[in-house]
Design a protein around this ligand. Structure first.
Ligand SMILES: NC(=O)c1ccc[n+]([C@@H]2O[C@H](COP(=O)([O-])OP(=O)(O)OC[C@H]3O[C@@H](n4cnc5c(N)ncnc54)[C@H](O)[C@@H]3O)[C@@H](O)[C@H]2O)c1
Length: 398
């Protein structure tokens, strides 16, 4: 049996990962460490923390004593580090917390893992570690900076034959540029968020080099799917459309992002943890490059389709169906230093590990919208902060 320490598991991707892993593997233990910031909601994993395979700790990854304690009480095999301050806009307002959590928190976890996994030294003085231990750091495509948008309208994305064979059921792939981020692209972060993430990547890599510490890093594109806090583009847009509210779009909505369905991402992490070569970095992309404005329009179209196909969903609407149209879109002043384009080349993980992003955007967005339509209680609770109270009810008196 393997024991995973999953940090940040009450957040969007971490929660999806825990759900994915518990469904997929019976013989595992998951220890969760989460500070339950505004982005962490225990209600999201309320069923999972009742599972006897799961143990939950509320706490900060920067807390050396707590992290040490978790390692001494549990024989941790893998650390999966999701915990981070993750919202670019917030990092522009208040960079410091991003540096503390994303850099010092990661270093605290690294130190505890290194100490508890070391069993001696080799003849050159490098630590020797217990067998099959690994630190998996979840990073982002934003560490690579920004790519040029070469085309205003997308062109066909031409894939290498080896990749094409594995990805054969994904059709009509497109790109807005001639270049994509590979694992060899130099780090060139632009925002306080991405700088803090790049710093944490570099400290993980430094432990690999200096202490021969076993790690993997995955760098993924924008995730979307269930349990996404409604401050990020897609869940915010869905929430506002259902409420008949304006849809704020930065600048002209021309910025291009690649979109990865969260379950595909969870699968990638699971595969890298099991089969990734220690010391390697893997880019995880969705083959769904699109302009923000088109993402908003596709989301409107998809909601309209679903409402017409299944009239019961209209009960969720706080506005008349006829008010749902592109007129809801409102352009707002651009984000400071807004990166023009991100595009991930996932050739390495596709060809070396056989993973590929199975979900085309049109399918993923429909699944995501249906989830939001059927889980309005969750949205109301996270927005109102009720799930913060949930923690006090569950653990407050213990
Ligand atoms: N969401 C995306 O599209 C995306 C894309 C690329 C990379 N990532 C990376 O994936 C990871 C998870 O992202 P997410 O969108 O799920 O984030 P999120 O903001 O939804 O969740 C972050 C979680 O970490 C917890 N946390 C924050 N500070 C903590 C601390 N000091 N100690 C312990 N827990 C703490 C929060 O309570 C929350 O549960 C992050 O490292 C992020 O940089 C996310």
């Amino acid at each position: 049996m393997k024991t995973y320490l999953v940090t940040g598991a009450a957040g969007f991707i971490g929660a999806n990962f825990v759900k994915y892993m518990l469904k997929k593997h019976t013989d595992i233990k998951i220890v969760i460490l989460d500070k339950l910031t505004y982005a962490g909601n225990l209600g999201t994993i309320k069923d999972e923390i009742k599972d006897e395979r799961v143990e939950f700790f509320k706490g900060d990854i920067c807390n050396i004593e707590l992290v040490e304690n978790i390692f001494t009480k549990n024989e941790i095999d893998y650390v999966i580090n999701f915990a981070a301050e993750s919202h670019v806009d917030r990092s522009i307002e208040n960079p410091r917390i991003f540096l503390e959590t994303n850099i010092l928190g990661t270093q605290t976890l690294l130190d505890a893992a290194k100490k508890n996994w070391s069993i001696g030294k080799d003849k050159n003085g490098y630590p020797i570690y217990k067998k099959d231990k690994k630190f998996h750091h979840v990073s982002t495509d934003e560490v690579y900076g920004s790519l040029k948008k070469d085309y205003d309208k997308p062109i066909e994305l031409k894939l290498d034959m080896k990749v094409k064979k594995i990805v054969e059921d994904r059709k009509n792939l497109q790109t807005y540029g001639t270049e994509m981020f590979t694992e060899k692209t130099p780090l060139d972060p632009r925002s306080p968020y991405s700088s803090a993430k790049a710093s944490s990547d570099m400290i993980v890599m430094a432990y690999g080099e200096t202490y021969h510490f076993p790690f993997n890093i995955t760098r993924c594109s924008n995730n979307y799917g269930p349990y996404h806090f409604p401050e990020k583009l897609i869940p915010l847009i869905i929430k506002n459309i259902l409420g008949g509210k304006k849809l704020p779009v930065y600048g002209k909505g021309d910025n291009v992002r690649d979109w990865l369905y969260v379950e595909d991402h969870c699968k990638a992490i699971d595969m890298v943890v099991s089969n990734g070569i220690p010391g390697e970095i893997y880019n995880v992309g969705g083959f769904n490059e699109e302009k923000n404005i088109n993402i908003v329009k596709l989301t409107i179209d998809s909601i309209l389709n679903l409402m017409k196909k299944n009239i019961e969903y209209q009960q969720v609407l706080k506005t008349d169906l006829k008010n749902i149209n592109y007129d809801l879109i409102t352009y707002v002043g651009d984000r400071l230093g807004h990166d023009a384009r991100y595009a991930i080349d996932p050739t390495k993980i596709v060809t070396e590990l056989g993973w590929y992003p199975e979900t085309p955007f049109t399918e993923g967005i429909e699944k995501t919208i249906i989830w939001y339509l059927e889980n309005q209680d969750w949205v109301d609770s996270v927005v109102s902060g009720d799930y913060q109270k949930y923690y006090d009810e569950m653990y407050g008196k213990r």
